[in-house]
Structure formats: structure tokens, C-alpha cells
Design a protein around this ligand. Structure first.
Ligand code: AKG
Length: 392
């Protein structure tokens, strides 16, 4: 990841119902993150303060030249393995590319009914647990961050709609790192700050990468991003991985967002797109090192408390070897409450090429490095980088 993840994109205003945006398949326009500001540069935009938002749907494809259907490698993933990962058969997925962005692939929600819930629960209940690293570790004694789920679930379940209620610890979570833990200060990964990568997420990632033509992808590092309606993610390039020939995979759950895909240079004009629950985005080839940002989190397009795809029940008979687990009603209630105003994104990376090693680090022992406070998320109220507010 480049030094980036800087405050190039400011926190925007509160949520704007998607119904406020035209419902036609036309090139929708969204307000720039800050009126009169170029979203990727933080400088005055000319002339309008809106950006067209492209959508990955068959009707958009027919009407506009910027989006096209992408081929997937159907034979690389058996239907059985897809369903073990909670995915539909690859032959049923739709995949889209964007003119001008070779290597960029957008796959609208290919998850089987009920299966997104597993990944949401893992992101809230399991993956924030030690030995994984999260933003709260910077401010809190280790014993206080051992069980974020246990400490938050009752508070979350009882929560009303008032913004004044104190945030639970889970709601203060901004990021979790997995596998090779990204060091936010040095902007590097290192051999001696590594913990086992979750096997279920590695399996999901391998199937998606293989379907996109990247067989043998190894999920070695993950950054999980937790957003609320007032959060945004600054402009950055993910370049800290040593092997850029492998794709970056991005999975989104919960409320929607606007994603801005820029160019190789920070000042290039971005393309805006919606990301909804279940959508997968793959950045590879030329698009692997493009600037990008998330300026807005938005209510889901159906206008319901939760996206409808998250309301679907999981089939009672899961295939042998499935990594998907049933969630108890009690666990799902907590997750559902969290997602009413939140979005979770998992980005998965291969750090090293097959057989590659980290270069020797001179003189520094980086074991157990804690990431700095300089995180990448921003909230409405913060002009600069996000600083988690642990008091509220
Ligand atoms: O939340 C997103 O969609 C993007 C996340 C991202 O860009 C990152 O983690 O590098």
C-alpha cells in the first residue's frame, strides 16, 4: 500500500438515500465527496460537483460503452468447490470489465443465499480476535480487546436508533489485519509479523481468484475495513505487496458504498461505481496499482434496513467440506444490528510470489509491531486521518 491512504477524500455528509439518485440505468451522478472538490485530489473540481456513477448491470451494458462483459475461467472452479465457499457455480456469475481499466473485474454478488452471513459473522466475531491485529489495540490494554464480540453483543442488540448512544467496541472497530500484518507506519509487511491466515477465507479467495484466471493464488494478507455511514477511505494505492502480478480481491457486505477507481497518477480523474452487499471486485494487471478511494457509504438500494440478499436463509444441507457455517439466530441478530448502519469490506492479497522471501531487514526487529494511529479511515468530523474515538 502506498504512503497514500491519506486524507485525499474527506468525510462527506451523512447518508443520502439512494432513491435520491435517478433510478434509470443511465450514468447516475453522485455528489462529489465534498462540494466543489475533486474527490481524488482534494482540490477544486471543475466544473460540476458531481460524478457519473457506473453500474454493472445488463441494462447499463446495453446503453453505455464503458462497461463490458468479462470472461471467467469457468472450468477452473468446480461447482462443488464454489458451493463449499458459499458461491454459486461460476457459470452463473456475471463479470464485468471497464474500458480503460484492463485487469479490473467486477462480479455482482455471486454468493449463494444465506452465505454472506457467514463472512459477516467471521468479520465481527472471529477475525477481530487475537492473534489478529485491530485498530483498538493501539489504545486499549490487551485484556480489553480479547473479546470484542462478547463485550459488544448485548449493547448492540439493545441499541436503539439514537446516534447519541455510546458506540460499542465493535462499532469502534475500523480495521483488522490478517496473515502478514500490514504495518501502517513503515507501510510494509515483514516475515516476523505474521499469524495464520484464516483457512475459510483463504479457500474463498482461491476460488474467486481461480475463476478470474489466477490459479494458485495464495491469500497471505488481509485488511478488513469497517465503515459506518460517516466513514470514508482515503485515496491510496495498494503497492506494499512484493508480488504485483497477483490480484487484489475485495469483498463487500452490508450497506452500499461509492468506490472511486482512479489512475496510476493521483491526479487522474476517477470512475465512480456502486458497491453493494456481496459484490466482489478484482484489481489485477494494469489495474492492480491504481489509486482508489471510498468517499461514501450509502444505504442499500432496496431502501430496507438490511440489503435483501442478507435476509435470505442458508440451506440446511451444506456440501461436504463446506467452509460456511450456520449462524445462530442470536449471533445473526447482533450482526444484523451492526449492519443496519455499517459496511464491511475484506481485501485479500498475496504478498510474496511463489518461493519469494522478504528482503533482509537491517538492524530492526519488527516483531509485534503495532500499527500507528495513522489509520486510513476517516469520519465526517475528522479533517485528517481517522482517529478512533474510544470515549464515545
Ligand atoms: O472498502 C473498500 O471497498 C476498499 C478497501 C481498500 O481499498 C483497501 O483496503 O485497500
Amino acid at each position: 500500500m502506498s504512503g497514500a491512504r491519506e486524507p485525499g477524500v474527506c468525510g462527506s455528509g451523512g447518508p443520502e438515500p439512494l432513491s435520491a439518485l435517478p433510478g434509470s440505468p443511465g450514468p447516475l451522478r453522485v455528489p462529489c465527496p465534498e462540494r466543489g472538490t475533486d474527490p481524488l485530489r482534494g482540490r477544486p473540481a471543475a466544473p460540476a460537483s458531481t460524478l457519473p456513477v457506473c453500474r454493472f448491470t445488463p441494462s447499463y451494458l446495453r446503453l453505455f460503452g464503458s462497461v463490458f462483459r468479462s470472461q471467467l475461467s469457468i472450468s477452473s472452479v468446480s461447482d462443488q468447490d464454489a458451493s463449499r465457499a458459499g458461491l454459486r457455480p461460476v457459470s452463473q456469475w456475471k463479470a464485468y470489465g471497464l474500458n480503460g481499466y484492463p485487469g479490473f473485474i467486477f462480479i455482482p454478488n455471486p454468493f449463494l443465499p444465506g452465505c454472506q452471513r457467514h463472512w459477516v459473522k467471521q468479520c465481527l466475531k472471529l477475525y477481530p480476535q487475537k492473534p489478529n491485529v485491530c485498530n483498538l489495540d493501539l489504545h486499549m490494554a490487551p485484556e480489553k480487546t480479547i473479546d470484542l464480540w462478547g463485550q459488544s453483543k448485548e449493547q448492540l442488540r439493545m441499541k436503539g436508533s439514537s446516534k447519541r448512544e455510546p458506540r460499542s467496541l465493535l462499532e469502534k472497530l475500523r480495521w483488522v489485519t490478517l496473515g502478514y500484518h500490514y504495518n501502517w507506519d513503515t507501510k510494509k509487511y515483514s516475515a516476523n509479523h505474521h499469524t495464520p491466515f484464516p483457512s475459510d477465507l483463504a479457500f474463498l479467495s482461491e476460488q474467486v481468484a481461480a475463476a478470474c484466471g489466477f490459479q494458485g493464488f495464495q491469500a497471505q494478507a488481509g485488511i478488513l475495513n469497517y465503515y459506518h455511514f460517516d466513514s470514508s477511505l482515503g485515496i491510496h494505492v495498494d503497492e506494499s505487496e512484493l508480488d504485483h502480478s497477483r490480484p487484489l480481491l475485495s469483498f463487500s457486505f452490508g450497506q452500499s458504498s461509492i468506490f472511486l477507481l482512479g489512475g496510476r497518477k493521483r491526479e487522474e480523474a476517477p470512475t465512480a461505481m456502486f458497491m453493494h452487499s456481496g459484490d466482489i471486485m478484482v484489481m489485477s494487471g494494469f489495474s492492480r496499482l491504481l489509486y482508489h478511494a471510498v468517499p461514501r457509504v450509502l444505504p442499500n438500494p432496496e431502501g430496507t434496513t438490511l440489503p435483501l440478499c442478507l435476509d435470505q436463509a442458508l440451506s440446511s444441507d451444506l456440501p461436504v467440506g463446506s467452509v460456511i457455517e450456520h449462524s445462530s439466530d442470536e449471533d445473526w441478530q447482533v450482526c444484523a444490528k451492526y449492519l443496519q448502519s455499517s459496511r464491511i469490506n475484506m481485501t485479500i492479497r498475496q504478498v510474496l510470489a511463489e518461493g519469494q522471501k522478504f528482503p533482509e531487514e537491517s538492524g530492526t526487529n519488527t516483531k509485534g509491531q503495532a500499527p500507528s494511529e495513522n489509520s486510513h479511515h476517516q469520519e465526517k468530523s475528522s479533517a485528517k486521518r481517522h482517529k478512533p474515538n474510544t470515549d464515545s
